[in-house]
Design a protein around this ligand. Structure first.
Ligand SMILES: [Zn+2]
Length: 475
């Protein structure tokens, strides 16, 4: 595939939820969805946008004549969420986060922020419009630097997230109100991305920047990336719902192949939104929205942004920068350093608390070993802080080696009894005796063979490096 002939152009759209309270009410954003308290049934009709024309996407939804059922869970919905009460003041911390990100990205921040309404007609918003504020627009320097060139960020908005769909039954669609109104940063780039790999890299850098803020939500669904894509003689499509960034290049390649095939067959390609599936293919979701979508929010006042307010904003140290420092200080591999920072682990404190374990080994236990257990034994267990404290304490006291730590972690995950005597390190004298015994029986045995015998018997109870040194010494 030659990207020059294809005229492949891609833009990225990132949505990041914030962990403050909701944007225009004080409901919490933990998305527990426990203790259902209400169900409310509604119908919606398409409303006309600022231009007076009905939105294409709105009409498409109206044709379906659906009934929406909204589920409200304890502490996660209120009258504002139900569109029964005017909105409250904007959440200050969410606004501050958005302004800080705009500053970090060198975007132009307007002197006055206006709350606008964006029409949403699939029922996922109770009021049929989503509130949004443009926080920053592109400037000469508002770009992301990737290894394949610059990608310009053209806009940052702060908006309300929509409801999450629970299920569809015939023409009844069920939505949870818990996600509705969660502050959402929406960041879009120009179509400067030229290769599938660059798309992934851009998304990774933006994700790293976003996670550097204290107020960003973590976990599944807290960040969502869409790709806008077009090729020569094809049509613009939006790819939505990537499960992870690893699959992004493959999904893009498959979409290009799909369009190339349709072009070859002389078939018309429609502009549409396509949903990404787990096998990296995509399927039709809905037509691409038209542009008649914004009008002013009458329940909110404009927000003045003065220079004094902007000068007070401090840009946080990015994960990338923090990781570099940690990498140097403790001689950690970069990936390990990043893992420590991303997971907000205080390695300094742990290194002090468990002085007999090297900081690198502490980092490996917390960051790498759960992944290794998953890869090797298909063990899916969410290790908590107290689990790590337990294993670090045991390791510090008993000088445990990697295999022993892995074995104990597996036992913690399986809620099995741990007998520390199974892992107690064998003394050097005992190992020396064993080596001598083996040599008496088999005088011509190789060093590696001795090593094999000892490790088979005592794996997890002795460091292989120490065994090797003992063998060298005796032979
Ligand atoms: Zn609410």
């Amino acid at each position: 595939m030659n990207n020059n002939n294809l005229k492949l152009k891609m833009g990225l759209e990132c949505h990041q939820q914030l962990s403050t309270t909701k944007l225009f009410c004080r409901c919490n954003t933990t998305l527990q969805e426990k203790n259902e308290e209400i169900q409310i049934k509604r119908k919606q009709r398409a409303v006309s946008g600022g231009t007076g024309k009905k939105d294409v996407a709105a009409l498409f939804e109206e044709q379906k004549d659906r009934t929406f059922i909204y589920h409200g869970f304890e502490d996660e919905y209120c009258l504002v969420c139900l569109d029964e009460e005017p909105i409250h003041n904007i959440n200050k911390r969410a606004l501050e986060t958005a302004l800080t990100l705009a500053k970090l990205l060198n975007l132009k921040i307007p002197k006055e922020l206006k709350v606008m309404r964006k029409i949403i007609s699939d029922g996922s918003v109770t009021s049929a419009f989503q509130r949004t504020l443009i926080i920053g627009t592109e400037s000469k320097n508002s770009f992301i630097k990737t290894s394949q060139g610059k990608v310009k960020v053209n806009q940052l908005s702060l908006e309300e997230d929509a409801c999450k769909k629970i299920k569809s039954e015939g023409n009844h669609v069920h939505y949870s109100l818990s996600r509705l109104g969660i502050p959402l940063l929406e960041l879009t780039t120009n179509p400067d991305i030229k290769t599938p790999e660059q798309a992934k890299e851009t998304a990774e850098i933006i994700g790293m920047m976003l996670r550097s803020f204290e107020t960003t939500r973590r976990g599944i669904g807290s960040i969502r990336q869409d790709i806008n894509l077009s090729i020569k003689n094809g049509a613009r499509v939006e790819l939505k719902g990537f499960q992870n960034l690893r699959q992004m290049p493959q999904v893009i390649k498959k979409e290009i192949e799909r369009q190339l095939y349709l072009i070859k067959e002389n078939k018309k390609i429609k502009e549409e939104v396509r949903r990404v599936k787990s096998d990296n293919t995509t399927e039709f979701l809905r037509p691409l929205s038209g542009s008649a979508r914004f009008y002013p929010e009458t329940d909110a006042v404009n927000i003045n942004i003065n220079k004094k307010l902007l000068s007070k904003i401090k840009i946080p140290e990015l994960i990338e920068e923090k990781s570099l420092k940690l990498e140097k200080e403790f001689s950690l591999p970069m990936e390990l350093a990043k893992g420590i920072i991303e997971n907000k682990i205080n390695l300094h404190e742990l290194a002090k608390k468990y002085p007999r374990i090297s900081p690198k080994f502490i980092a490996q236990i917390i960051i790498e070993m759960p992944k290794e257990l998953k890869a090797r034994f298909n063990l899916n267990y969410d290790f908590k802080q107290h689990d790590f404290e337990k294993i670090l304490k045991l390791t510090n006291k008993n000088n445990l080696q990697k295999e022993a730590v892995l074995d104990i972690l597996a036992k913690i995950a399986g809620n099995k009894k741990i007998n520390i005597d199974d892992y107690k390190q064998i003394s050097f004298e005992k190992i020396e005796q064993e080596i001598k015994l083996i040599l008496e029986k088999q005088p011509n045995i190789t060093e590696n063979a001795i090593m094999g015998i000892i490790m088979k018997k005592s794996s997890g109870k002795i460091n292989p490096k120490d065994v090797f040194e003992l063998i060298k010494k005796i032979i």
